[in-house]
Design a protein around this ligand. Sequence first.
Ligand code: COI
Length: 332
Amino acid sequence: MKLIDFGVREDEKKYIQEWSQDNKIEVKIVSELLTPETVQWAKGYDGIVAYQQLPYDEKIFDTMNELGIHVISLRNVGVDNVPIEALKKNDIRLTNVPSYSPEAIAEYSVAGLMALLRNLKHMIRKVDKHDFNWAPDIGRELNELTVGVAGTGRIGRAAIKIYQGFGAKVIAFDKFHNPEIEKEGLYVDSLDILLKQSDVVTLHIPSLGKGHSVINAETISEMKDDAIVVNTARGDLINTKDLYDAVANGKLYGAVMDVYENEVGIFNTDLSNQEFSDQLLDKVIKSPRFILTPHIAFYTTKAVKNMATISLNSMVDELKTGKSENEIDLDK
Ligand code: COI
């Protein structure tokens, strides 16, 4: 068996190499992304592993079919950039890594929230300039707040545990009820109710597609004054302009954004020596009431190792048995 792994960053390499040695399976490591051109390099390999944020071009899957490769295994969880119909047409199976470290993302959401509640961004900026005044950066305490967790999958549930540990009141919403969360009586009946009752709304749901935000002018008007939004899930869950305006005009307190609706091509790129053309993002970055980071909630050693190795294990399962526990049902 011979595998090829696309879009590999430097920090992932050692885990892939170790896996390859331990499992005695050849893995060709490629730093380039998977495109209609680079997919040709997969000729002679049995399976393709990949991670990228850019959309996967449909032509990739026509070529995979021609090359006789019928499994693609992603190193991440989100499959929103994969053209599912093109996979079906070419009889290609898809796996992801649904649980590389829910705690990494949950812990990060809480870290971002704590930074915002205690005004750390502004305070650190002031101290950098030798301004050691306290005011106006008086903080708010998490133990006094109601945190609304939207989405009670693995990440949402990990977040709930942490918030409860801090003494916050937690409420939750999900279309699918988790028995443990149900038993604790945390569910409210709708996202609207969650938005209305929460001081902090933290999003742990998948993308609903471009243009289908859950936080926008209309929903913000229903939220509590001074509420906070935390998003470590997908950028298009938020209408960023509406959110920015709501914070700027004092309706909302602020937001933690580890994802951004137009992040592709910006996040995980060094643009420090270039003209920056995204005016909205620039305003968000400058505001002390936004904690903005470039999609790093997942980025821990534990998560990266799991992403590298679980994706390869799923590929081996697919190639040996025709299935894997991480195979995505393309008809859902
Ligand atoms: C995912 O796993 O889908 C993520 O959003 C994290 C990604 C940046 C690796």
